[in-house]
Design a protein around this ligand. Structure first.
Ligand code: MN
Length: 201
């Protein structure tokens, strides 16, 4: 089994003016691709360590595995969460769940924006489904893999790493996050919610 870089559903320039073609091309073709390559490399390294009985290498390799696989997963979701036809607000069951768990869309959006903008260093804001409590919550992820409850399903993720915005927005991460709200594909987020709510832990 090998991890592979998924194609985008849109051209690199399709999300302009909100996110520039230059950013999307580098972000997908270089940064996301590097996590895919890293996930494959560490998978091979774990196999080699197992075969050689070098289990002292496990802590470092497991950390590298979590970082690269989580990076691959989050970017794969992120690209699908965005669309040149996006924006607006969720509808249907997802809208009802946001109302129930956050007290309304505006309250959710404010919390998600704050979580994303205030990441210290590199990370993400994420709207997640938490299956044990059967509720939505906002997670603030560090790097790609830290600060999320096991079993949680990311439904909507916003990349807060500098590579996601710096070429266009420089240090203005908040302006980038505001722009992202214009291109969120709520149809995709709602489809993820419909699948996630049937999961059991
Ligand atoms: Mn990224």
């Amino acid at each position: 089994m090998r991890y592979t870089l998924p194609d985008l559903d849109y051209d690199y320039s399709a999300l302009e003016p909100h996110v520039s073609a230059e950013i999307i091309e580098l972000h997908h073709g270089r940064h996301h691709a590097a996590y895919v390559a890293g996930a494959n490399t560490v998978t091979d390294e774990l196999a080699a360590a197992r075969a050689a009985g070098e289990l002292g290498a496990i802590p470092g390799l497991e950390r590298k595995l979590a970082f690269n696989v989580a990076g691959h997963v989050l970017h794969s979701i992120f690209w699908k969460n965005l669309s040149p036809d996006g924006g607006g607000v969720p509808e249907g069951d997802l809208a009802a769940a946001v109302e129930r768990d956050f007290g309304g869309f505006d309250a959710f959006r404010s919390q998600m924006t704050a979580a994303t903008v205030s990441v210290m260093g590199s990370g993400w804001g994420a709207l997640c489904w938490e299956p044990l409590g059967a509720r939505l919550y906002v997670a603030q992820l560090y790097d790609h893999q830290d600060n999320i409850a096991p079993g949680s399903v990311p439904l909507l993720v916003i990349d807060a790493w500098e590579h996601a915005y710096y070429l266009q927005y420089q240090n203005r991460r908040a302006d980038f996050v505001e722009a992202v709200w214009n291109i969120v594909d709520w149809t995709d987020v709602a489809a993820r919610y419909e699948v996630a709510r049937d999961l059991r832990v």
